[in-house]
Structure formats: C-alpha cells, structure tokens
Design a protein around this ligand. Structure first.
Ligand code: UDP
Length: 253
C-alpha cells in the first residue's frame, strides 16, 4: 500500500502531505516532552484528546472570525489543515503569573496580572526557545512591525475566546502559547493561528480547587495526565468518556 509522505516530525505531532496542494495532515502522537525534551514519556490517549480539543478550539475560533489553519478532523488522531509558513515564534499570552514568568520575577504563581501580557520566544530547541524582544524579531526579519501588531491582535482575541470558554466550565486560563502561520494567496499574505491549542500548550486551573488540568501534571508529576485532559474534554462536552479507561469487552454466557 502506498504510504503518505512525511513532511515533518516534531515532539508531539507528525505532518504528512495532504490530499490536495496547500493542505497537510496533522497527526497527534501520544508522546509528551518537557524541559526542552529532557523529560519524555508516552501517555496513552493524549494524542486522541489533543486532536479533539484542538479541533474544538480551532473550530470555535474560525466561527468567531479568528482565522486558523484548521479545516476538519479526519479521524481519532488526524486533522486536515492548511499548509502555512510558520513564523518561528512562540506567542505566549499570560493572564496570571506562572511558570517561567513567576520564576523570573519571583512572583507567586497565580498572581493576577494588571492586563494580559504577551511575550515572544524564538522557536529553536537547541537554544531552549529563548525569550526575545520585539526589536530582535523585526531586526532579524522573522516578522515585520505590521505582522507583530496583527499577531498581538490575534493573540488577544484567542485569549478572550479561550478565557470565556474555559470560565464557562469552571476553569481558569492562566496562560497559553500559540503559533502563527502565513498563508500566501498570490502576493497577498494572511496570518492565521496554526499548530495546536490544547492542554499541552495552556495552563488550565480548576477555579474551585486550583487543580492543574494541563501539561504541568506531567512536568511536575502531579498525577495522571490523561485523566486531567479527559476532565477538560468532558467539561467541554468534547469527549465524554476516558478513551484509555474504557472497559474491555466481556464474554456474555
Ligand atoms: N508553552 C508551550 N510550549 C513551550 C513553552 C511554553 O506550549 O515550548 C506554554 C506553556 O504550556 C504555558 C505557557 O506557554 O501554558 C507559558 O509557559 P512558560 O513560559 O511559563 O514556560 P514553562 O514554565 O512551561 O517552561
């Protein structure tokens, strides 16, 4: 049988050539990595959950007029996406201090920020994705000032949408990361939300208990990651059952 051509393999996803020019198939693996891939594990069911959750968020964003690369989900682990030229930045939006920001500034995790704060890291695993000022981004030509203005506007819309959706199910959106891609239409270029939006790339805290429902469960050994992601999916009505804990078929006499 003919195999599809692999275009790229990252830490959590694989990209294959899509059925039509300008499309790709994005496959979600069960692999989890943290601390620049120093910590690794295979977590059964994670890929299935992230495929569904990313579909849910991207579909919602498309519906409110925030353009994304998402076209449609194909199966349990794959989705059809528009091929984009990825801007080599991690766009991080923070509503509450946590993670590297809390550490850098000596703040308590969970401290409310005066307004959403956006920061950029340069996507380079070998360098550990260093934080970069806008000055570098423009000087090195990764994005123009106009692109950055558009990226900030997109990121804030994603933040409002995601914060609202999460608040509706009792979850606080502490921070998240998105990636932005360019789509060319002749000489015209559009910026779209690309990659994925899932608990791998967000910090999600239960509003009542403060429980972590995101990748920090893996990073900080706080429990079962699939259970945490399943809880997010269940509350959003995305996937009501735990894919990894379904009972095995039993013989009926
Ligand atoms: N994040 C991500 N990929 C990265 C780095 C960060 O998805 O390579 C997300 C992370 O899950 C969190 C937010 O971006 O929701 C801010 O992460 P932070 O800078 O605090 O880094 P961390 O503490 O995760 O190293």
């Amino acid at each position: 049988m003919a195999r599809r051509k692999k275009v790229y393999e990252g830490k959590a996803k694989i990209m294959y050539e899509g059925p039509e020019p300008g499309t790709l198939v994005q496959y979600f693996k069960d692999d989890a990595t943290a601390f620049n891939a120093e910590k690794r594990a295979t977590i059964e069911g994670k890929g299935v959950l992230n495929n569904r959750l990313s579909e849910f968020f991207m579909t919602g964003l498309n519906a409110i007029g925030v353009p994304t690369h998402f076209i449609k989900r194909l199966n349990m682990r794959e989705q059809l996406i528009r091929q984009v030229e990825i801007i080599p930045l991690e766009v991080i939006v923070r509503n509450f201090a946590a993670g590297s920001m809390a550490k850098r500034l000596g703040m308590d995790e969970g401290t409310a920020l005066p307004r959403p704060i956006i920061e950029f890291s340069y996507k380079d695993d070998a360098l550990g994705d260093p934080l970069v000022p806008e000055e570098y981004i423009i000087a090195f030509g990764w994005a123009s000032q106009q692109d950055l203005d558009d990226i900030v506007a997109l990121a804030l819309r994603v933040n409002d949408f995601m914060s609202g959706v999460m608040f509706g199910v009792g979850i606080k959106l502490v921070d998240f990361k998105i990636e932005i891609g360019r789509i060319w239409d002749g000489e015209f270029m559009r910026l779209v939300v690309a990659d994925e939006i899932s608990p791998d790339s967000c910090r999600l805290w239960d509003i009542e208990t403060g429980a972590h429902l995101d990748k920090d469960v893996f990073r900080r050994d706080l429990g079962n990651l699939t259970d945490a992601y399943t809880e997010v999916a269940r509350r959003l009505g995305v996937m009501p059952t735990n894919v990894t804990h379904t009972p095995k078929p039993t013989l009926i006499n």
